[in-house]
Design a protein around this ligand. Structure first.
Ligand code: SF4
Length: 587
């Protein structure tokens, strides 16, 4: 018997649906434990909201985050699997299932041409969805795993050297957390995959697979690698840069490392962060037609990690030769390249003086308040808000991202709506929504995106169109607040926390229209959304120029300054690199 095309397509569709909606059990339990032990009030509230969002997504069968990432598949084929039409037929089924899921779940149509930005609206295109294959001896089955991962923030690659060793690896690990943790662009708590060795592409691939395809709590079979995983987990949590960039006891849920033998002169490292929207679903299909939906993709097997030329089941995993070699590396890296004495100096010349004067404001004197406001907002509505307040919005708001800003502001196309008088709140979002009939739209999940990218358009947006509030993820820089936002009396609201698209999606009561979708595509078009009690939204920047993030900078920076005292500088610097962890990276 062979597995039919129809079955492959049906299972692949179901996997896309499950991945978008339901947090896998291992991750959900880890979130629950993190929420229970969290001692920081902001982080605790955010973690409870993440758990609440997971339940809402399942209850209303909507995507857990409004950004449904890039759908992709991991395929593990047993050596004896029989596929009707072979692997080419499988790929056709995976593509067809992705188109159907994009329309019906719906998934956000995220895939665009990288240069023209044309959006086919299906999440299918050149090289998309990507499909990765691995094989297993024997096995009359095929495992399909759907993963939806964004990938804009949190991942990085760096070529280190044997002289950097494990201390250098730790430095790069922390650098990556800090770079994307400022303002929480990576949406912690994260599961981190670290690919160590191989070549540049291989370590990046291994890091991604390790973050997406291993279960929380799983340890590498090589004791040395397992030990490194635990050390990195502890180090990551000592940074305390958690959800929304605020202090948290658990910014990292787990760390998974994978190794590959590498060039004798190098130590390439690929780091991949999987955000708290853990979107993964696996099924095993047997030749006789049985289907098992599984929690564990079991991606990393003895066979995949095999070390020698041939493979017999039970062959030792890379726990001896690789392990010993890395121990040696660690010792080498403890010595200074010049005089052989232990290298413990910080990369930061003088932490205190590195903090720009006045960058950390004093928290607002009055306690934060909760507001329920109607759109359009009046000037009084906006001026009474202070950084740290929480807002719920009811009324009609419009979406705008790169496409709308370029078209409307740079190219001068007048908006089809009266922004100043009727719709003076914009969200930097693209909903997970679909056109269900000509001119009729539905939204089931909504999340704002990182706002710092749109700074160049804000002054003109406020001046020309009278916008009074901008809603995004992570806010903008304090400098933007003190110049542009203050000048126009505008507030910046941030979703709280990020990635709870099911909760925000529930507040969307209707879609009035999607403008400019033919020019800009569904994702980048201007959506006009009726919302009811959309929130909670944090006032990140107020009309006086105060920044909530800047008010909390000192407490967030303190643990970092301690950690960096233990970490070496890396041998090969990057051009223009910033190595001050207190530096605000968002300009
Ligand atoms: S908004 Fe946050 S939670 Fe949602 S996909 Fe992006 S990084 Fe993940």
């Amino acid at each position: 018997m062979s597995i039919t095309y129809k079955q492959l397509e049906e299972v692949a569709y179901e996997l896309n649906r499950r991945a978008a909606i339901a947090v896998p059990l291992d991750a959900k339990q880890a979130f629950q434990q993190a929420a229970q032990r969290e001692t920081q009030p902001d982080a605790k509230r955010a973690l409870l909201a993440v758990l609440d969002n997971a339940d809402v997504a399942v209850a209303q069968q909507s995507s857990m985050c409004g950004d449904t990432g890039l759908p992709r598949f991991y395929v593990k084929a047993g050596n004896n699997v029989e596929l009707e039409g072979g692997f080419v037929s499988l790929e056709r089924a995976l593509r067809a299932a992705t188109v159907q899921a994009t329309k019906e779940v719906p998934l956000r149509s995220n895939r665009v041409h990288p240069l023209t930005r044309r959006n086919p609206g299906t999440n299918v295109g050149v090289m998309a969805p990507s499909v990765d294959y691995r094989f297993e001896p024997d096995g009359d089955w095929i495992d399909l795993t759907a993963v939806h991962k964004g990938g804009l923030f949190g991942s990085d690659y760096r070529m280190l050297f044997p002289g950097d060793g494990i201390p250098g690896l730790k430095r790069f690990f922390v650098d990556t957390l800090v770079a994307f943790g400022h303002r929480g662009l990576s949406c912690p708590p994260v599961i981190i995959g670290v690919g160590i060795g191989g070549a540049k592409d291989q370590c990046v691939t291994l890091g991604k697979e390790a973050s997406c395809l291993r279960l929380v709590g799983d340890r590498h079979p090589d004791p040395l690698v397992a030990k490194l995983e635990l050390e990195l987990l502890e180090l990551g949590n000592r940074t305390m840069i958690g959800i929304m960039g605020f202090k948290s006891d658990t910014p990292v849920l787990d760390v998974h490392c994978e190794i590959a033998y590498t060039h004798t002169g190098g130590l390439p490292i690929g780091i991949s962060q999987l955000c708290h929207a853990v979107r993964r679903a696996t099924a095993r299909i047997y030749n006789d037609g049985r289907v098992e939906y599984r929690e564990d993709p079991q991606w990393f097997t003895e066979y995949y990690r095999r070390e020698g030329v041939s493979f017999e089941p039970g062959e030792p995993q890379p726990s001896t030769k690789g392990g010993e070699g890395m121990k040696g590396l660690a010792q080498i890296a403890q010595r200074s390249p010049t005089n052989g004495s232990p290298k413990t100096q910080s990369a930061i010349p003088n932490p205190k003086s590195a903090i720009p004067a006045g960058s950390a404001q004093k928290p607002a004197t009055r306690p934060s308040k909760e507001w329920h406001l109607k759109v359009p907002l009046s000037e009084k509505d906006v001026r009474q808000l202070r950084a740290g307040d929480v807002v719920y919005l009811t009324g009609c708001i419009f979406t705008a991202r790169d496409g709308v800003f370029k078209y409307m502001i740079d190219e001068g196309h007048e908006p089809p709506i009266d922004i100043r008088n009727q719709f003076n709140v914009t969200t930097q979002s693209s909903p997970a929504g679909a056109e269900v009939a000509p001119g009729k739209y539905m939204v089931n999940s909504l999340q704002a995106t990182a706002g710092f990218r749109y700074a160049q358009w804000m002054d003109r947006l406020f001046e020309r169109y009278g916008v009074r509030a901008v809603l995004n993820k992570g806010g903008m820089s304090q400098e933007m607040y003190q110049t542009v936002f203050k000048k126009h009396g505008v507030v910046c609201l941030s979703t709280m926390p990020y990635g709870i698209g099911a909760i925000y999606g529930k507040a969307v009561k209707g879609v009035r229209d999607v403008y400019w979708k033919d020019m800009l595509g569904m994702s980048e078009g201007m959506w006009l959304l009726d919302v009811e009690e959309l929130g909670p939204l944090l006032v990140d920047g107020d009309s006086e120029g105060n920044s909530y993030v800047a008010q909390h900078a000192d407490e967030v920076n303190a643990p970092l300054l301690e950690i960096y005292k233990e970490l070496p500088e890396l041998i090969l610097k990057r051009f223009g690199e910033v190595s001050d962890p207190t530096e605000e990276l968002i300009k």
